[in-house]
Design a binder for this molecule. Structure first.
Ligand SMILES: [Zn+2]
Length: 468
C-alpha cells in the first residue's frame, strides 16, 4: 500500500462532471480538490473517469466451471443439472474464485459477494480456498457459504402429492457448528475478508436453521444473505410450507434487516415489498440470470418507489454466464422500461451507477466506508479510460459506460488503497497462468446427461401445469 495522486481526472458531480485531483493515502481517499500538491505515485488522470467501485452483490464463484454448459431450463431443473456435475476440488475452487475476482475487477467491481457452494466433507477447505484466492487478488470479499438442511427435491412445490426425500447430509447442528468455526477462522473485515450467514433460501432450510443464522449473525454483527422468491415455483412452495409468502416468513423469523441482502426477489407482491422497505432490507437484482432461467422480471421500479435499496449482481456463471458487472448494470438499467409506462420512474445511467456502488455498500452495512467518492472513505476505486474506442466519441461518459458496450475500459482499480489493476492489467496476479490452469483442467463437451434433472422433470411439469 502506498500513496497516489490521480491528477486532472473527471468525476461526476451533481448533474455534470468536474476535473479534480484525487489523493489516496494508505487505505483511504485523503483529498479531492482541483489542484493538490502531489504525493506518492502520480497518475495521469486526463481523459479518464474515476468512479467508486461496484459491488458484484451476488454470485457463486465455482459455477465458473460449468459456464456455458447448461441447457435452457427453469431454475429448479437447471439446479438438478448443476448438482449432477462432478464436484470441484479445493484447488478448482481457488481458481474459480480468482477468475470471478478478475472478471469483476476488470468490469469496475471492487467487492464480490460469493454465495459459495461447499464441497461435501471438505466444507472448511472450500472456504479456505476461496478466501486464499480473494486475498491474493486483493478484491474485497464477502463469502457466504451456501448452507441448507434439506435436500434439493424439497424445493419443488408438491401440489398436494405425497413425496419422500432423502435427508440432506448436513443437519441443522452441523451447519451451525460449521458457520461458527468459519466465522472464527476467516472473518477479517479489516483485511477486506468477511464471512456472512447465507442460507441457500427458505425453500431448502428449516425455520430453525434460519433462526440459527440470525442469532449467529447478530452475535458477531455479520451480514445476512439468501435467495428470495427467485421463481414462481418458490412462491407456490412458500404458501404450501408456511401458509404465507417467504418474505413474510423471513420477517417473522427476524432474518430481514439493514444487514440483510436478498438475491433475485422476482415473485414478491406489494405487501412483501412493504416488508422489505420497513425492514431496510436490500434487493440484489440479477437481471441476466433471471432472463437466462426464465425466472421473471423483478419489480425493481416498485422497489425503488417504495424506498427499498436495490443493487446488482451477476449471479453464478452457470446462469449468466459471465461476471461482467457493467453488463448486469446495463440490463438492470434498461429492462424495466418495459414494465412501467411512466418513463419518469425509469432508471438513469447515473442512478444505475449509484445503485451498483453505494447501493451495494449499503446492503453490506458499509455505506459509511465505501461506495462513493468521499474523503475519508476507503479507496475502493475504478479508473476508466475514456479514449478507448468503445467510449468514443466524447459524449456523456457515464451514459456511454452504462448504455454502451464498453470493452477493456478499466485502466486502474484500487481496493482498500491497494492498486490491483494497473494500465488494464492485473497487478496482483499472472492471468496467463490462470488461463492455462482453467484450460488444462477442463475440456470441450457439448453433451450432458443429468439423472437428477430427469427425476425432477415429471413432478415439476405436473405441479407447474405443463403437459407431461
Ligand atoms: Zn444465486
Amino acid at each position: 500500500m502506498g500513496s497516489y495522486t490521480i491528477q486532472q481526472v473527471l468525476i461526476p458531480v451533481g448533474q455534470g462532471y468536474e476535473t479534480v485531483d484525487v489523493q489516496i493515502e494508505g487505505d483511504a481517499i485523503a483529498a479531492i480538490a482541483p489542484h493538490l500538491e502531489p504525493i506518492g505515485t502520480v497518475i495521469d488522470g486526463r481523459n479518464k473517469l474515476l468512479l467508486p467501485g461496484f459491488v458484484n452483490a451476488h454470485t457463486h464463484s465455482s459455477e465458473l466451471w460449468q459456464r456455458g454448459s447448461i441447457a435452457p431450463l427453469p431454475l429448479e431443473l437447471w439446479l438438478g443439472e448443476l448438482c449432477d456435475f462432478p464436484l470441484p476440488d479445493p484447488e478448482q475452487v481457488y481458481l474459480s474464485a480468482l477468475g470471478t475476482a478478475v472478471e469483476t475487477l476488470l468490469s469496475g467491481g471492487t467487492t464480490v459477494v460469493d454465495h459459495l457452494t461447499l464441497i461435501p466433507g471438505q466444507e472448511k477447505e472450500t472456504v479456505a480456498a476461496a478466501v486464499r484466492g480473494y486475498q491474493e487478488v486483493g478484491i474485497r470479499a464477502f463469502v457466504g457459504p451456501l448452507i441448507q438442511d434439506q435436500s434439493l427435491t424439497t424445493s419443488l412445490p408438491t401440489g398436494g402429492e405425497q413425496r419422500t426425500h432423502v435427508p440432506h447430509y448436513m443437519s441443522l447442528q452441523d451447519n451451525l457448528d460449521l458457520m461458527a468455526d468459519l466465522v472464527a477462522n476467516f472473518h477479517r473485515p479489516e483485511a477486506g475478508m468477511n464471512i456472512m450467514l447465507a442460507p441457500t433460501g427458505p425453500q431448502l432450510c428449516s425455520n430453525a436453521l434460519l433462526t440459527g443464522c440470525v442469532e449467529l449473525s447478530d452475535r458477531h454483527s455479520l451480514c445476512r444473505h439468501t435467495h428470495l422468491l427467485e421463481s414462481k415455483a418458490q412462491q407456490m412452495l412458500a404458501y404450501e410450507k408456511y401458509g404465507c409468502s417467504a418474505a413474510e416468513q423471513l420477517q417473522r423469523l427476524g432474518f430481514l434487516g439493514d444487514r440483510t441482502s436478498l438475491a433475485h426477489c422476482v415473485w414478491l407482491d406489494d405487501a412483501d415489498i412493504a416488508i422489505l422497505a420497513a425492514t431496510h432490507s436490500t434487493v440484489v437484482h440479477n437481471p441476466l440470470s433471471n432472463l437466462r432461467l426464465g425466472s421473471g422480471i423483478a419489480p425493481i421500479l416498485k422497489y425503488r418507489q417504495a424506498g427499498v435499496n436495490v443493487t446488482f449482481g451477476c449471479d453464478g456463471s452457470a446462469s449468466n454466464d459471465s461476471q461482467d458487472v457493467l453488463e448486469a448494470i446495463k440490463l438492470g438499467c434498461i429492462l424495466h422500461n418495459t414494465t412501467d409506462f411512466d418513463y419518469r420512474h425509469w432508471i438513469t445511467p447515473k442512478d444505475a451507477i449509484q445503485m451498483a456502488s453505494l447501493g451495494g455498500a449499503t446492503g453490506l452495512n458499509l455505506a459509511d466506508q465505501i461506495g462513493s467518492l468521499t474523503v475519508g472513505k476507503k479507496a475502493d476505486l475504478a479508473l476508466y479510460s475514456l479514449t478507448n474506442l468503445s467510449l468514443l466519441p466524447r459524449t456523456d461518459p457515464i451514459g456511454l459506460l452504462v448504455l454502451g458496450r464498453p470493452t477493456q475500459v478499466v485502466d486502474s482499480v484500487w481496493v482498500n488503497g491497494r492498486l490491483v489493476v494497473q494500465q488494464g492489467e492485473m497487478a496482483t496476479l499472472d492471468v496467463a497462468t490462470l488461463r492455462q490452469e482453467l484450460f488444462e483442467r477442463s475440456q470441450w463437451d457439448g453433451t450432458r446427461h443429468s439423472p437428477l434433472r430427469q427425476e425432477m422433470e415429471a413432478p415439476y411439469r405436473r405441479v407447474m401445469g405443463l403437459p407431461a
